[in-house]
Write a protein that binds this ligand. Structure first.
Ligand code: KG4
Ligand code: ZN
Length: 472
């Protein structure tokens, strides 16, 4: 079995012990050299071979490669290298390695796998020459079909190489749920079932592609409404099984974050402020597809707060866009509390929501009319204040200079304007998702799916959907 070493202490110790003639302080190497990776070959849980390689942008260099004496000539080395070729095909330009000129057996194996001699290093190993070998990697384009059905949007999208959108179709159920003042889960799942095949067909048609042309199927399998998620998930599984395609599970929030990669290549390390109907979170990403939650809301999500504040002002669901519009027509006249105004990375919006609701009720009882524009503006101002303050605090403390916004509420004009102003003033590199890809859509799932696919994340047909799920 092949396994990528991921800082597991027991494996590190075993590897150091079994190959002590070449390997020393792996822990130190892993923590100080972000380019260094280890690939292991396990036989009944025992490490019998490994490759240590450096991954530097488009270049992959095999630094060290060994198989225990008792396990030579069993094709283990070939399998390890083939794993690297499969994984980085289309990602890296080439793989290089160096071999002693008298190791004819190894040279022969490498040549069979497409490596060519490109240079000789004279007497590199004491008296023996070193031969530098290289294998070109075809930079193949990767097409991911993304599926999103976690709430009230049925969406399919095809994205090339995680950054180029080919076609996206979003069927929104807003009109169906409007009468109920929110999404009704049972109605949502039924609408997904009704829509799913039409939306898929339209997406393929727009791209002028067939499922056969797709490299992998990415599906948001949580968090969200369970009945809704299951419709997208079962569709994804059926397609993966029928067309024999890899199935890639994607966390819905990873999707929201990667909507930014469709605008501009994301730069790391970064901080993402995730603001949606169900989430308010600060996420730290050291590199692609690595997520660390710094903090989140202790109660309501910010989008939920927009919707409930809108409701008390008689604005239909989802109220966010209308509150945003009104806010730009009014001024900050109402005095509202700044919620959880502390040094933590957590948020709280239920107090602010209650303050607005109480204010409206009190004014009503006094027979005073509310100025909706001014109330919307005062509310939005407080939201902007707390979001920018906490985000900048995290960026300062972690010494990060790349910022992205994510989620439905990042469509908010007031929030975008405020962040833009601050980022430009402080020289922060920032990206916001395209307005049309702030709220739920499958393009973001396909974009995230590409990076999950490149990382080797796969699921089998037992994959389940989860209404709540940690982003890892
Ligand atoms: O990301 P999303 O589509 O669904 C979740 O994953 O939750 O976000 C939907 C939320 C709703 O609460 C909606 O009111 C809010 O995003 N929203 C906005 C704006 N556009 C959408 N909130 C404030 N201002 C907007 N312009
Ligand atoms: Zn969402």
């Amino acid at each position: 079995m092949i396994k990528e070493l991921d800082n597991e202490l027991n494996l590190i110790e075993e590897l150091e012990k079994s190959f002590n003639y070449v390997l020393k302080d792996i822990k130190n190497d892993l923590s100080n050299n972000p380019f260094s990776h280890y690939l292991l070959y396990l036989d009944n849980g025992k490490i019998v071979g490994y490759i240590n390689y450096y991954l530097m942008y488009e270049k992959l260099e095999i630094a060290n490669f060994n198989v225990l004496d008792d396990y030579q000539d069993k094709g283990i080395g070939t399998r390890l290298i083939k794993y690297l070729i499969d994984k980085y095909n289309g990602v890296c330009e080439n793989i290089t390695l160096e071999v002693k000129s008298d190791n004819l057996k190894a040279i022969h194996i490498y040549e069979k796998m497409g490596f060519k001699k490109v240079a000789i290093r004279d007497k590199y190993y004491n008296d023996i020459d070193g031969i530098l070998m290289e294998r070109e990697m075809t930079m193949k384009d990767i097409y991911i079909l993304g599926i999103e059905s976690s709430c009230d949007e049925t969406s399919f999208s095809i994205v090339k190489n995680g950054c180029e959108e080919i076609s996206t179709v979003i069927s929104s159920q807003i009109d169906i749920h409007k009468d109920y003042g929110g999404v009704v889960p049972e109605i949502a799942s039924r609408a997904h079932v009704k829509n799913v095949t039409f939306v898929l067909e339209e997406c393929l048609e727009k791209a002028n592609m067939k499922i056969e042309d797709i490299d992998a199927i990415a599906v948001a399998n949580g968090p969200g409404l369970i009945g809704s998620l299951l419709v997208g998930l079962e569709t994804a599984k059926t397609l993966a099984w029928l067309y024999n395609k890899p199935l890639v599970p994607v966390h819905h929030i990873a999707g929201h974050i990667y909507a930014n990669n469709l605008v501009k290549k994301m730069e790391f390390p970064l901080i993402s402020l995730v603001i949606s109907g169900g989430h308010t979170e600060l996420i730290f990403m050291e590199k692609d597809y690595s997520f660390k939650k710094l903090g989140s809301t202790l109660d309501d999500a910010v989008g939920e707060c927009f919707d409930k504040v809108g409701k008390v002002m008689d604005i239909p669901y989802p109220a966010g866009p209308m509150v945003d519009k009104l806010a730009h027509m009014g001024s900050h006249t109402y005095n509202l509390p700044i919620p959880l105004d502390d040094d933590s990375y957590n948020f709280s919006f239920s107090g602010l929501k209650s303050a607005v609701i109480n204010l409206v009720h009190n004014e009503e009882q006094r027979g005073n009319e509310i100025n909706k524009e001014n109330l919307a503006c005062s509310f939005q101002d407080v939201v902007c204040e707390v979001l920018t303050k906490k985000t900048l605090h995290a960026m300062n403390e972690l010494n990060v200079n790349n910022l992205i916004l994510a989620g439905g509420v990042s469509a908010n004009r007031g929030i975008r304007e405020r962040f833009k102003e601050i980022c430009e003033l402080r020289g922060i590199n920032y990206t916001f998702p395209d307005i049309k890809y702030c709220t739920d859509n499958a393009a973001m799932v396909a974009a995230a799916g590409y990076f999950a696919y490149q990382k080797g994340i796969r699921a089998d047909l037992n994959l389940n959907a989860y209404s709540s799920m940690e982003l890892k």
